[in-house]
Design a protein around this ligand. Sequence first.
Ligand SMILES: C[S@@+](CC[C@H](N)C(=O)[O-])C[C@H]1O[C@@H](n2cnc3c(N)ncnc32)[C@H](O)[C@@H]1O
Length: 253
Amino acid sequence: MDPKQMVHMNQGQEETSYARNSSIQNAAQNRMKPLIEAAIVDVCSNTSTLSCGKVVIMDLGCSSGPNAVALVSITLEATHSHFLQLQQPPPEVCVLLNDLPYNDFNVVVKSLVPLRKMNEPVVVTGVVPGSFYERLFPGGSLHLICSSNILNWLSKAPRDLMMNQIPAYDIDEHVRRERLTVVAGAYARQFRKDFTLFLELRAKELVPKGRMVVSLAGRRSDELINESSHVWGTVAQILAIMASEYMGLPLKS
Ligand SMILES: C[S@@+](CC[C@H](N)C(=O)[O-])C[C@H]1O[C@@H](n2cnc3c(N)ncnc32)[C@H](O)[C@@H]1O
């Protein structure tokens, strides 16, 4: 398997797991609630959705733990209350969760069980291992795609930096400052390429008039670096040290 498909958040539910260390990401998910609710109303008001009587919802890069089901729970509640208001029975809903194959899907599958009871009569749930930089679904099959905190994961490190062995973050501050424009430019171009591909793939998978709600932390390029950006500098430094230590170790077979 391609090594980049083997990356994953810390598995399980122990102290250092993603499941127990993802409250900041969860806050971002909660901020998406009104957008998801509006998207569900749009999708459910679409005559072709109503006539086929089912809604297929997908979360990309779900990870594991409570956040894995946070967005789809919002969509189920929104669907339920929309049809309650209309005094009509809710449609059949299919909820799918995607992540890379080494994600802790054992934990995810257990959190899917309560969801099945949320939107009776029918909720079908499933997991879809694979990269969102590839096609995951047949054309025209998804009504709503949502995702949070995933688009900062690029498909690969920029090729020109790799070829010249330039790291994203050089521990040497002087070298880092000198290369800042080159490195930032290379990552910006890679992001643009990846995001374009992501949009093209999802456009094929969505039904006509389907909706997509995604969130991504970032700042405008003309915005000054603030205190929280400095925090990311420290995080980058720690990650750079960890990466260099990791590269020095023999890879496990
Ligand atoms: C920071 S976590 C976000 C998890 C969850 N969406 C949240 O908001 O808490 C990013 C997740 O994206 C997944 N991921 C990264 N690249 C991916 C890809 N190309 N395809 C599918 N999942 C990917 C990672 O494995 C990880 O679980």
